[in-house]
Structures are given as structure tokens and as C-alpha cells.
Design a protein around this ligand. Structure first.
Ligand code: BG6
Ligand code: MG
Length: 218
């Protein structure tokens, strides 16, 4: 393993909870059943595709214009929630209440690192959390045409790191993200809900476990 590509929402930070809250507000308003199980299917999936998945549970047929406005409304709620994010929203990297520690340690051993996220809000989140300095490349939803499970976001990140996919470890919390990484020929570590996904190379309980993998090539 020569490099690590991190998903953002649900891996580096707990913004996945804010996605859930924002979609829940929209679903409740439309009287569409929505729970954490449905929400887990939206992890890694683009905004419009997430809306389509939610609307599958509605008997109402929405026009393209209505869908656009619903997605915009969700994003406004989400961005309002993002205004309050701080380092407490960073994932707990070492289980000791020092969330940035794992990133700092990996950065210190000069392992190239990138973010590969479907989110168009990545620049805002990275700026608010102050984690940009750790990454050699950031690829997000603004730079890709195909969302996970398509491997585009990770392939572009590997290219920017000048690495072959098979030399990069992707860290993901989403089934769609794990599939994207496997489709692209990457090594995969699953964390959170993706810990038990089939075919992953490493199940992780915390990001600090990456320090044990680094230096022990798969
Ligand atoms: C992914 C999230 O990182 O980004 C998804 O896991 C989200 O839940 C997707 O739908 C797109 O995010 P955004 O911020 O562009 O709406
Ligand atoms: Mg994620």
C-alpha cells in the first residue's frame, strides 16, 4: 500500500449525521417513510440519486423541477447544519478523544493521502474542519460525472497522487463506496456500516488502525 484515499462523510467526519437530519426533514414534510436503514442506502450516493431513492417510497410523482427544488431545499438545510461544525465532528481517530491524531501520524510518515468524496460540499467541510493540510489531493462531487459505485472519484484521486489503484487503500463507510473502490481495483478498508461489507481487505473500528496497516503492505 503506497497511499490512502479517504471518503469524507462518515469516515473523516460525522457529517453523515447531518445528511440524515436534512433528508429526514424533507421526508417528514412529504410524509414519506424514512429511517436510518433507508439512510444507510444513501451513503456515498449523490444528492439527486439520494432523492430518487427516497421518492421511491412515495406514491406521488414529482416533476423534474419539483425534484430540483427538493434537492436544493435539502442542501440548504444541510449547509445550515454545516455552519456549526467544529473539530468535534471529526471522526474519533484514535479512540482517545484526539480525533486528528491518526491523520497527523500518517502525515508524519509521509504517506500520500487524498480525499475521494461524492459531496459537492467537500470544500466547505474541509475548510471548516481545517484538515486540508493533510491531503495531497482532494477530489469531490464537483469534479466527477459518475457517482459511487462508479470508481471515477477514486480513479481521479489515484491519478492525482500518481499511484496505481492497486497500490492505494480506500477507506469507506458506504456500501456504494466499497463497490466503487472494488470496481476500480483498489484495496478497501471498511469502517462503520461498511465494516462488514463482503470482499473488503480490512475491517476498521477506528482510523488509528490504519497506522498498523501502513508499513505492512497487503
Ligand atoms: C456523500 C454522502 O459523501 O455525498 C451522501 O455520503 C451525499 O450522503 C453525497 O448524498 C452528496 O453530498 P452533497 O453534499 O453534494 O449533497
Ligand atoms: Mg461516506
Amino acid at each position: 500500500m503506497n497511499a490512502i484515499i479517504f471518503d469524507l462523510d462518515g469516515v473523516l467526519c460525522h457529517t453523515d449525521e447531518y445528511h440524515y437530519m436534512a433528508w429526514k426533514a424533507i421526508a417528514d414534510e412529504l410524509h414519506i417513510p424514512f429511517n436510518r436503514e433507508v439512510n444507510n442506502q444513501l451513503r456515498g450516493v449523490s444528492r439527486m440519486e439520494s432523492l430518487e431513492l427516497i421518492l421511491r417510497n412515495s406514491p406521488v410523482c414529482y416533476s423534474e423541477q419539483e425534484k430540483f427544488l427538493l434537492a436544493e431545499k435539502k442542501n440548504n438545510i444541510y449547509r445550515e447544519l454545516l455552519q456549526n461544525i467544529t473539530s468535534k465532528d471529526l471522526a474519533d481517530g484514535d479512540g482517545l478523544g484526539l480525533p486528528i491524531c491518526a491523520l497527523e501520524k500518517l502525515h508524519a510518515v509521509h504517506i500520500p493521502m487524498a480525499i475521494g468524496s461524492s459531496s459537492k460540499n467537500t470544500p466547505l467541510i474541509v475548510e471548516k474542519l481545517g484538515i486540508g493540510k493533510f491531503f495531497d489531493a482532494i477530489v469531490d462531487g464537483n469534479q466527477i460525472s459518475h457517482s459511487k459505485p462508479d470508481p471515477e472519484v477514486f480513479l481521479l484521486a489515484a491519478e492525482k497522487l500518481h499511484q496505481k489503484p492497486s497500490d492505494c487503500l480506500v477507506v469507506e463507510d458506504a456500501e456504494a463506496g466499497v463497490k466503487a473502490a472494488l470496481n476500480g481495483g483498489f484495496l478497501v478498508a471498511g469502517i462503520g456500516p461498511a465494516k462488514d461489507c463482503p470482499n473488503i481487505n480490512y475491517p476498521l473500528l477506528s482510523l488509528s488502525e490504519l497506522l498498523a496497516i501502513e508499513g505492512h503492505p497487503a
